[in-house]
Design a protein around this ligand. Structure first.
Ligand code: 13P
Length: 246
């Protein structure tokens, strides 16, 4: 394993006061192989960047357009201009509540890559699909349509929808098996030489992080609720750091 990635997705949470309080508690072990980023809502990108200079900056979404008459949209170029290293693309909440299609997600991926912002492509199955044993087919189809024209510079986040915000986490074996399948699929889609990092997301917390980071195919975590609390996020970062030193 070369690097681990820890990305906090704050979703629609945060305020200037909350960022200030988070930064007062924040400390991170300098570990050059652990990359830590936080994705706050758009208006707080610069606030967070100033408050937490040792964290990288991520955004939660981007437009497919570079610029123009698209009220409410934020382009990947603007994110690059603000110093964002990463942008989430195709999060299940965007797919589910904002009707994002595989085609749109492929366009967002391309927009991010051409702006020089690394996309974090989110994939994952619903509970019904897992119940029917179709989880691999669902994720494989998401990867194939999103990556049909993609460049290899991206991260993948496997987030089973049934584990998001539910307190249910995929077992380390479930996560590892899915990541192994994703890795195999990426090799055929992007070329065998690419070792795209694959993060796990879905109710990651300070208690389950150790076991997840210990999985050979898990290269990091995309953390929702548990990233809002500085002490918890620090504990998860510590798990990642300990894992790197084993
Ligand atoms: P939770 O960690 O709150 O389950 O959210 C996961 C997620 O959606 C991160 O993108």
């Amino acid at each position: 394993m070369t690097n681990l990635y820890l990305i906090g997705n704050w979703k629609q949470h945060g305020s200037r006061a909350a960022i200030q309080a988070f930064s007062e508690q924040w400390s991170s072990d300098a570990n050059s192989r652990l990359r830590i980023a936080i994705a706050p809502p758009f208006p707080y990108l610069q606030v967070l960047d100033k408050a937490l200079p040792d964290c990288e900056l991520a955004a939660q979404d981007c437009s497919i357009h570079a610029q123009g008459a698209h009220t409410g949209e934020v382009s990947a170029d603007m994110l690059a201009d603000l110093g964002c290293q990463f942008v989430l693309v195709g999060h299940s909440e965007r797919r589910q509540y904002h009707d994002e299609t595989d085609e749109l997600i492929a366009e967002k991926l391309a927009a991010a890559q051409s702006a020089g912002v690394t996309p974090v492509l989110c994939v994952g199955e619903q509970l019904t699909a897992r119940g029917a044993g179709e989880q691999y087919d669902v994720v494989r189809a998401q990867l194939r349509s999103a990556l049909a024209k993609s460049q290899p510079n991206l991260l993948i986040a496997y987030e089973p929808v049934w584990a998001i915000g539910t307190g249910l986490t995929a077992t380390p074996d479930q996560a590892n098996d899915m990541h192994a399948m994703i890795r195999q699929e990426l090799e055929s889609l992007l070329g065998a030489s690419h070792s795209t990092p694959i993060l796990y997301g879905g109710s990651v917390n300070a208690e389950n992080a150790d076991a997840l980071f210990a999985c050979p195919h898990v290269d990091g975590a995309l953390v929702g609720g548990a990233s809002l609390d500085a002490a918890t996020f620090i504990a998860i970062a510590q798990s990642a750091s300990n894992n790197l030193s084993h």
